[in-house]
Every structure is written in structure tokens, then in C-alpha cells.
Write a protein that binds this ligand. Structure first.
Ligand SMILES: [Zn+2]
Length: 116
């Protein structure tokens, strides 16, 4: 008797199940091809890894995805895609907020006075 469990997304490296971390899906397609599935809609057996360099590197090093997907090898391209996806998801948090060159109020006041 088989119990069908709800599909749980679990990182193959750190076993985190929190979807807020943005797990990346890797799929073994019916023809045996393994690829990164950015939209999470591909058919096949899926495995997940955090969008974090450490988890992707660990998965690669320890062949976690291979084990999870029951395949013999996964192309380095897949890992490169995962790493690229992870780095694009990791927004630099502070840099964008720094005000670039605040206008000098004095200059404006002077301009107004000159016009009068
Ligand atoms: Zn992880």
C-alpha cells in the first residue's frame, strides 16, 4: 500500500523546506535529460536546491542531485545555470538605497535670488 504524500520541496543540500528561500527546481525529464527548471512546470522527477551558492556547491560536490534524481551524472551546465539563477536572485540589499550625490540646497537658493 502506497501513501501519496504531498510533494514537499526540500533542498537536497541543507534539507530546508522553507519555500521563502526560493528553492530552485531541477528536473530529470522522461528522456533522462537533467536540467534546471526555472518555471517549475517541466514534466519529470524534480529535486530542489536553495538559491544559495553554498547549497548548489554542496549538491554538486556531493552529488546530491544525482542521488535524488537517481541519475548517474548531471552536466556542469546545469550547475552553472543554478548558480547564475541564485546570483540573480540575491539582490544587493544596501547599495541601491544609498542616495547618490545629494543636491546642494545652497546652490538652488542662490539661483532663485539671482533671478529676482
Ligand atoms: Zn539549501
Amino acid at each position: 500500500m502506497k501513501v501519496r504524500k504531498q510533494p514537499v520541496r526540500t533542498c537536497v543540500s541543507c534539507r530546508t523546506t522553507d519555500e521563502k528561500r526560493g528553492l530552485l527546481r531541477v528536473v530529470r525529464q522522461p528522456d533522462g535529460t537533467v536540467c534546471y527548471d526555472p518555471k517549475g512546470k517541466m514534466n519529470g522527477r524534480g529535486a530542489y536546491v536553495c538559491a544559495a551558492d553554498a547549497c548548489i556547491a554542496q549538491a554538486e560536490r556531493q552529488k546530491r542531485l544525482e542521488r535524488s534524481l537517481r541519475t548517474s551524472s548531471i552536466s556542469a551546465d546545469v550547475f552553472n545555470e543554478l548558480k547564475a539563477a541564485a546570483s540573480s536572485m540575491q539582490e544587493p540589499s544596501n547599495e541601491a538605497v544609498v542616495p547618490a550625490g545629494v543636491d546642494e540646497p545652497h546652490q538652488r537658493i542662490m539661483d532663485k535670488e539671482n533671478k529676482v
